[in-house]
Design a binder for this molecule. Structure first.
Ligand code: GLY
Length: 348
């Protein structure tokens, strides 16, 4: 008997069936295997070859540098080779690059094919697989091309975490700390009282943490699917994070961590975020082995700035920036680019 924990996430145009604590093999009960195509990356395909026995597969290269239109084109070519049609079901099994590409391709292939995700990294479990935003980068511009479309199925099999490298655990905790900063001061305190290693070694604790974060993200997204208000809070640390990520080839979580430090400093300067809480933020990031500074030069600064102003949150000469009132309470504030540039030069 499978000890699964099923939830339904309701969005405007889609209900997502979410299966926590469910083995990958249960997928067989949810979809028609012959009509299903799994998209994964080389690492997962190799590590879990046994699990994929008998499934149609498309394997892409691992890594953010492959989250580009050329990979989506490759997947589309393979779908054509497999004679995929409107009755096909696509399942992305992997980290954020895989889920983003699988969701994006499924949304445009034949103007829309059914799809689901099995996230295999902490980052994909708590963030990338939830919310419906799927797409690719355009060169260094993160997530510039994409759609908002939710999967039909989300399946959480925590056994995939057994092979997750430590740097990927660290990466994922940046998004967990982000959720704590904007919405959940209790979780922030709980993270302060624990360590990354505790969660790595305690499967039950980790499962509860993943679920808590999925529910935070689902609640924010379902109240503001098309990002007119509260959903913007999820971009805390991401405006600067995205700008530095591809320029410095940083792991996403590391870039977001530095972005959160800068956003914390701006919050302290313009939003009465207390310096003691700002110090707690940096201390927590350090505790989870995340970086809080970026060594960089002036030419790098210019390049980062040029990317920053292409951010989707810019509107004319103003950027909607996510700040903190206090830990657990985020807010969206328009900041003039001119003012932002002052902080940007000073704080990075
Ligand atoms: N796929 C991530 C999000 O929608 O936020």
């Amino acid at each position: 008997m499978i000890n699964m924990d099923k939830h339904q996430f309701k969005y405007a145009a889609k209900t997502v069936d979410c299966y926590f604590e469910t083995p990958f093999s249960f997928l067989d009960e949810l979809v028609d295997k012959a009509k299903t195509i799994i998209i994964t990356d080389e690492n997962i395909a190799k590590l879990y070859a046994d699990k994929f026995d008998g499934w149609n597969m498309i394997t892409i290269k691992a890594g953010e540098e492959h989250k580009q239109q050329f990979t989506a084109d490759y997947v589309i070519g393979e779908l054509i080779n497999l004679k995929a049609d409107k009755q096909s079901f696509i399942i992305g099994v992997g980290g954020g690059v895989v889920t983003d590409i699988a969701g994006y391709v499924a949304s445009v292939y034949m103007r829309g094919t059914r799809f689901g995700f099995v996230p295999t990294t902490i980052l994909a479990m708590v963030d990338a697989a939830i919310g419906g935003k799927n797409g690719v980068d355009a060169g260094v511009y993160k997530n510039l091309i994409g759609v908002i479309k939710h999967p039909e199925i989300l399946l959480y099999d925590y056994s995939f975490l057994e092979t997750l490298p430590k740097e990927e655990w660290i990466n994922g905790f940046a998004e967990i700390i982000k959720h704590a900063c904007i919405k959940d001061s209790g979780m922030f305190k709980m993270l302060e009282e624990n360590t990354l290693e505790t969660f790595q070694n305690d499967k039950e604790k980790m499962a509860l943490l993943v679920k808590r974060n999925v529910l935070i993200k689902y609640n924010v997204v379902s109240n503001d699917e098309f990002e007119n208000g509260d959903r913007k809070l999820l971009n805390f640390g991401h405006t600067i994070g995205h700008a530095i990520e591809n320029i410095y080839a940083l792991p996403h979580g590391n870039a977001v961590s530095i972005g959160m430090v800068v956003a914390g400093n701006i919050s302290a300067a313009v939003n009465n975020f207390s310096s003691s809480e700002n110090s707690r933020l940096s201390a927590l990031l350090n505790k989870y082995h995340l970086p809080t500074t970026l060594p960089y030069d002036e030419s790098g600064s210019e390049a980062v700035w040029n990317i920053l102003i292409m951010d989707k949150k810019r509107s004319g000469d103003t950027m909607n920036f996510i700040l903190l009132n206090k830990i657990g309470d985020g807010i969206v504030k328009p900041i003039l680019l001119q003012q932002l540039k002052l902080f940007f030069n000073k704080d990075l």
